[in-house]
Ligand binder design. Structure first.
Ligand code: SF4
Length: 435
């Protein structure tokens, strides 16, 4: 597979650096809100020297990612043994955290739900024999390099393997090795040509890695070429930027996205502590630009595997106008076993939410099946028995109800019994009142 390999350190990322800032179209933005307490404390403690202009500049954040254990040890207390262990882990699964996301972590809180998503754990290699590199079989469904065509009407374009933060539970951990790459212009053209030739494709998902690492100008070039394909109805962007580097969602990007709609954006909040004023502002900008925002969270052991954590997350999402869309069972990926829960936990969480909060706040819990089997919703069982005439259903409080099933045959027989004497009576009336 040909890919354009670009530099992997924090200093240069051609795709980002080469772009001059575009003309920002001023959109309505949220009024400035104070940052959360943790952000203030951690930012003041570690990034006091950083000006507000730099802190709020996504390129500054991107170039100053924390990518080594030695750097990390300057922020988070790590014993010598932990540092040695993490160096072993990062030799296999690299590390990358934006200063912004790091500022959400309280340094001494070992069980911090943000920390567990961002900071490597020795368990990643301790349980390395469990799981698979590519459990969803994406390689098998790759029709041209970078393009996955699994379902009839939609395709997934993987534009890069680069992300601002490397989430420890990532399904595509296999892509973290062998340097950083973005698709070449030829590869992009091959993907587009495939889409042009397949008229059943009405939905194109742009993903990665994280596609928003590309400059806005480069993204617009790709998006506008997709938009010129008549049979493509919607474009979806999968990105974690609103969560890990919300400063990327700037006016220039939003103005570009609003020009090429309908574009939907799927993001990935996993815990209510990620819903900061900065994240809220990023989502608000998107929504005001006509880009609906959905959330796809992953069920993670010790991070969000309780009814309370999921309810708080989903309520927080609705407050910032983001729809809780999917809750994914954590895929069977090598290096993530310590973060996986049993499938029952997910179903129990949904059961604990249903009826106790509005349906809008409840995501669909899904298992993405191995070998490209696709997504399957897993729900608590509310159906106790069923016949053609009647279903026995259980409600969220455990009460049992009979529900008459309007079977079409019974319906028409019953209706005939009622309607026929009425029709006879009407006919009789009409005849007897004839002049
Ligand atoms: S943002 Fe998505 S693709 Fe990137 S590391 Fe996190 S989970 Fe993986």
């Amino acid at each position: 597979m040909t890919k354009s390999v670009i530099e992997t350190n924090n200093q240069v990322l051609g795709e980002v650096d080469e772009e001059p800032p575009g003309t920002a179209i001023v959109l309505n933005t949220l009024k400035e809100k104070p940052p959360s307490k943790t952000v203030i404390i951690t930012r003041e403690r570690f990034f006091n020297h950083v000006t507000d202009d730099n802190w709020n500049d996504w390129k500054w954040q991107f170039h100053n990612r924390i990518t080594t254990v030695d750097e990390l040890a300057g922020f988070i207390p790590l014993s010598n043994k932990e540092q040695a262990q993490l160096k072993l882990v990062t030799a296999q699964y690299p590390l990358s955290i934006t200063p912004y996301y790091l500022s959400l972590i309280s340094p001494h809180e070992v069980d911090n739900p943000i920390r567990k998503q961002a900071i490597p754990s020795f368990d990643e290699i301790a349980f390395a024999i469990m799981g698979k590199e590519d459990p969803l079989g994406e390689k098998n469904d790759s029709v041209v390099p970078g393009l996955v065509h699994r379902y009839p009407d939609r395709v997934l374009m993987v534009l890069t393997n680069l992300c601002p933060m490397l989430c420890r539970h990532c399904t595509r951990k296999r892509e973290w090795r062998n340097g950083v790459w973005v698709r070449t212009p030829d590869e992009i053209e091959n993907m587009l040509e495939y889409i042009r030739r397949h008229e059943a494709i009405r939905d194109v998902i742009i993903s990665g890695g994280d596609p928003l690492v590309l400059s806005t100008r480069r993204l617009e070039d790709i998006i506008s070429r997709i938009r010129r394909i008549n049979h493509v109805e919607i474009i979806r962007i999968g990105t974690r930027f609103p969560v890990v580097l919300p400063q990327r969602i700037d006016d220039e990007l939003c103005a570009m996205l609003s020009k090429h709609g309908p574009i939907w954006l799927n993001t990935h909040f996993n815990h209510v502590r990620e819903i900061t004023p900065e994240a809220a502002e990023a989502c608000d900008r998107l929504v005001r630009s006509g880009v609906p925002v959905n959330n796809q969270s992953v069920l993670l052991r010790g991070i969000n595997d309780s009814v309370k954590a999921q309810t708080e997350l989903c309520h927080g999402l609705l407050r910032i106008k983001v729809r809780p869309y999917y809750l994914f069972q954590c895929d069977e990926v090598q290096g993530t076993e310590h973060l996986r829960t049993s499938v029952e936990v997910g179903a129990q969480i949904i059961e604990g939410m249903r009826g106790h909060t509005s349906g809008l706040a409840i995501p669909t819990f899904v298992v993405d099946l191995p070998q490209g089997g696709g997504k399957v919703p897993v729900q608590p069982n509310y159906v106790l028995s069923q016949t053609k005439e009647e279903w026995m259903l259980r409600n969220y409080e455990g009460h049992i109800f009979q529900y008459r099933n309007p079977s079409s045959q019974i319906c028409s027989e019953e209706a005939a019994e009622i309607v026929s004497p009425v029709n006879d009576a009407i006919d009789h009336l009409l005849v007897s009142t004839k002049p």
